[in-house]
Design a protein around this ligand. Structure first.
Ligand code: EPZ
Length: 420
């Protein structure tokens, strides 16, 4: 087991390049199941979740080779339609094989993902959409079974703009008979990335990035050849790190269009954010200003940036209010931030963060992916030493985070848990 040890108080300075987006790469890799042939996907981040989805593709019969982020998937032989519990329980995005398998092979057997640290995260809207397209859905001992001779185009209204549900049904609809319209669809940039890749495969997807997506089914698709977009959440994490350490960091390959809410809130907090052809530059203020934050589906403030902003706001001059409106249990970083001397009170969906002058380094424990990023950020600003354990959570979504922070001047290293 490893932990991250941080000696806080260093200002972050310099340039950082973010990796490919985890939340784009995962659905893109699942989309390779839509057709036989040799698929190529570049700029794939080196993450535990990526290893898991490649393992899942191989379980289904595809072959996957990852050559330092240039991934080749041969999906000629899909010999199984079952996504097993032991894989799905470690990574719920495995449910994104559901749409491609039913679309290409007419059946799928995918373990229900179960809950996760941040919430129940059901997939009822995925299943409701597949049923609307003519699939027969049944539950069998913890597995979802979906069958369809041939999916039919349908108009599907999402009660909640679900990212995964939009992705699953967009992929399923590419090979359906007729036209599918997804209404109240999620608008996240990762969905646009997936639509662009699908259209490159010969699909006909229109309106991705808006709340209405139209997909004309086609007879067959060709193998993917695509580059994953830059990770906007990793970029946002570095931007917050600069803001809360009075730093000056250029995030070289960040796309400002995917980070409008984050940029706006960092400026409101007093950071100087400049947008250039070379990326997004963030200069941290001497004093962070308090904020009101409400997470919501894109283009609202991203829930995946809530924990990172909370870390920053523990040092604001005044009290901030953070409302987590997307997931029901995404405040698990609060108890650990309190160990570092922050003053946070949870009131239902809201966290009231009363700024303090200084965080005090201490051992803390990661509970989920973005919570672990939040604790690393807090450690960068805290005095003395902060040790973050259970960093396998961090490795799910951040590629070499401590190396990138070290290059920006942080005093940070990954050590074995039993190291003094
Ligand atoms: C994706 O999860 C991301 N994961 C999450 O990122 C992100 O937080 C989330 O979208 C919201 O932006 C990937 O892309 C792999 P949802 P997803 O379906 O698709 C409810 C990270 O840290 N819902 O948009 O699972 C659900 O319970 C991760 O990188 C239903 O009720 O999110 C939640 O409250 C965490 N029924 C809300 O909708 C459904 O059928 C949003 O979930 C589906 C969802």
């Amino acid at each position: 087991m490893k932990k991250i040890v941080i000696h806080g108080g260093r200002r972050l300075m310099g340039t950082v390049e973010v990796s490919g987006a985890k939340n784009a790469a995962l659905p893109l890799l699942c989309a390779t199941l839509l057709c036989p042939g040799e698929h190529r996907l570049g700029n794939v981040p080196d993450l535990r979740d990526i290893q898991t989805v490649l393992q899942l593709l191989e379980t289904l019969g595809a072959t996957a080779v990852n050559d330092q982020g240039q991934v080749r998937v041969n999906a000629d032989q899909v010999v199984s339609v079952e996504a097993p519990y032991d894989l799905v329980k470690t990574m719920r995005a495995s449910v994104l094989v559901l749409g491609p398998l039913v679309a290409r092979l007419g059946q799928a057997r995918v373990s229900l993902p179960g809950g996760c640290a941040i919430g129940a995260r059901p997939i009822d809207l995925h299943l409701k959409g597949l049923e609307a397209m003519g699939a027969e859905i049944s539950l069998d001992h913890g597995y979802v079974e979906a069958r369809a001779e041939k999916l039919q185009g349908a108009t599907i209204y999402f009660d909640i703009p679900t990212v995964g549900g939009t992705e699953n049904l967009m992929m399923a609809a590419t090979l359906a008979e007729g036209t599918t319209i997804l209404e109240n669809a999620a608008c996240e940039p990762e969905i646009v990335d997936l639509a662009n890749a699908l259209n490159g495969m010969g699909a006909c997807v229109r309106g991705a990035g808006t709340d209405t997506i139209t997909i004309e089914g086609v007879e067959a698709l060709q193998p993917m050849d695509y580059q994953v977009m830059a990770d906007r959440i990793e970029a946002g994490t570095f931007m917050v790190a600069a803001a809360m350490t009075q730093g000056d960091v250029l995030v070289a390959n960040a796309d400002p269009d995917s980070l409008e809410a984050v940029i706006s809130k960092l400026r409101e907090a007093g950071a100087e954010v400049s947008l250039g052809d070379d990326g997004i530059r963030v200069k941290g203020p001497q004093q962070i200003k308090p904020l009101q934050i409400k997470t919501s589906p894109h283009p609202g403030f991203p829930t995946d940036m809530q924990a990172q902003f909370m870390a920053m706001l523990t040092l604001a001059k005044g009290t901030s209010v953070i409302a987590e409106n997307v997931f029901e249990n995404r405040f698990m970083h609060v108890c650990e931030l309190q160990r570092l001397g922050s003053k946070i009170r949870i009131d239902g969906k809201q966290a009231l963060v009363e700024g303090v002058d200084q965080l005090l380094g201490a051992p803390v424990m990661a509970t989920d992916l973005r919570a672990s990023a939040s604790l690393v950020l807090a450690g960068l600003a805290a005095d003395n030493t902060t040790e973050v354990s259970r960093i396998y959570h961090l490795d799910r979504g951040y590629e070499r985070l401590e190396e990138k922070l070290l290059a920006l001047g942080a005093d940070i290293r990954r050590v074995s848990v039993d190291a003094s």
